[in-house]
Design a protein around this ligand. Sequence first.
Ligand code: GCU
Length: 678
Amino acid sequence: AAETGLDGWLRYATLPCSTQCRSQLPVNIIALNSTEASPVYVAGSEIQIALNNIYNVNASIALNQCNSSSSVIVGTIEQYRQTCGSTVGIPELDEDGFWLSTRGSKIQILGQNERGALYGAFEYLSMLARGNFSQVAYSTNPSAPLRWVNQWDNMDGSIERGYGGESIFFKNGAIVDDLTRVRQYARLLASVRINTVVVNNVNANATLLTPQNIDGLGRIADVFRPYGVKIGISLNFATPETLGGLDAYDPLNATVVKWWSNMTDQIYQRVPDMAGYLVKADSEGEPGPQVYNRTLAEGANLFARAIKPHGGIVMFRAFVYNQLNESNWEADRAKAAVNFFKPLDGKFDDNVVVQIKYGPIHFQVREPTSPLFANLFKTNIAIELEVTQEYLGQQSHLVYLPPLWKTVLDFDLRVDHKPSLVRDIVTGKRFNRTLGGSAAVVNVGTNNTWLGSHLSMSNLYAYGRLAWDPTADAQGILQDWIQLTFGLDRAVLDTITNMSMQSWPAYESYSGNLGIQTLTDILYTHYGPNPASQDNNGWGQWTRAGPKSIGMDRTIQNGTGYTGQYPEEIASKYENIQSTPDDLLLWFHHVNYTHRLHSGKTVIQHFYDAHYSGAELAQGFLDQWESLRGKIDDERYAHIRHRLDYQTGHSIVWRDAINNFYYNLSRISDTAGRVGHH
Ligand code: GCU
């Protein structure tokens, strides 16, 4: 399994160990819960496997010999107090938090709950697997309670925007029999402290809720539970009609309300600890409350009330918009979320969380921060990120995403002229909300690499780390992942760091720069260059590219008025072309191709230059990778080499397609003589 990638960053590859190192390896594992399906027991076995694989130590698992020397003890604070005595000196922990102390070969791993204990065990093993024997004693707590992943898996086994094979959950309309891959996924998620997985597509199919499938969901939940991962499910708003046989699905209709509450009771009978529902309504053809002239809040609260008695929550998506007409200069899809949700602030029940994509359109290579983060003060919110590289090369291009995510998480929205970092808004700190956090669309599949490419797993790993601590450093996280995945060789570390950190800038440069959006085909595949597909349709991802000029004017003065959705300081920064950063120029302004950027270049020349330099960077990845031949096992070396070889060629396809398209429109030649006629 190690070479195929199924273990991801949990390979526990063998490392050398000196006498000094040996003296710090515990020979006893004390797990404070003997129930096999408990996270603490799982933690004990995980430690046993890791010690064996990495350092060839045969540690035995004991259940309550608190005082043995040379031991790693793992459990909750409470279990420790009951079995072993005093916990003096250990700070108070938040839910899911843990305490880790390593003193020679005496290791203490204590969680606030069993989930936290398991997280602590993985933290300790991550140190061992990187040959790190520092003496530490610290506690760590999550930045927010919601650390979710979303799978867009369909009941027929396909995955919407999935590039790593078929679903590990579903096949032929039902839950698969063999859940081995689900258990392996649970292990990976737990190791990066993800506590909930939504198993089915937001474009949900009502047949998920047949009795047979509810039982299947129960089986899935049983597999995740020992890893401290809860499940959630996406609902289709029209289910009472399409599956239940009612003649309506109006959220205020008493029969509909009763139907959902009965259905929820049935689900909880089989999955008593289900985390909650995820709902996409009134968006892209999905049914919703607006069909009955009810508000989105009334729609969300329908589920919130059904699930409240069970302690569940509702993640309600802010991704709601209508098709628009491009001939209207003021039409703007980017304005939709604030228009729909701002008036509803304060109308959502307290167990509803509005799940907001990082940008106002949809996971583009660069977008400004969604202004909705600065418009909800009495509503719980979470940020939605996308690990699956839908618009970003679909795992056939290397793109390490955290630097992109950081442009949003670290963005200061200056609400009321006060520091208002997005990361502090989503964790609930800024507006004093107790419920908040993040969700990421992941879409792993049955492929042995999970996502379709070994290198793209850095994004899943980093997502978990950032959900726990959004202040963590993108490169630091990456380097931990590289060592865990590919070993401790210095050249391997430096090379993959370098490639990964260059990868998002490279992709932005050869796809869509200056804030024009990704320029992929938006109509069908969301893959490969197709700048023409952005305009002349109702999807509202327009570039308004013409023979003389390009860009969306989103100013209040002369455009769609989108800038006015931001707090004053941000609005005036983007309203004014002088203070708009070059990398978002065409997002906010419509300018001539000859307009001069802050950099001094014209817009068109920047396009030409960036597409050449971006493609060149990507071509360099292949050479860099080839320098690692022999330092990485052949299977993974060859798999990645193949992907990078493809990317090299495809970056040139991108470069030429985009440059020729804008040359043909503008008829302005490249000053360096590469594009156009000379
Ligand atoms: C995009 C994406 C769809 C997805 C939707 C969503 O439109 O292409 O596949 O269903 O976003 O996030 O709901």
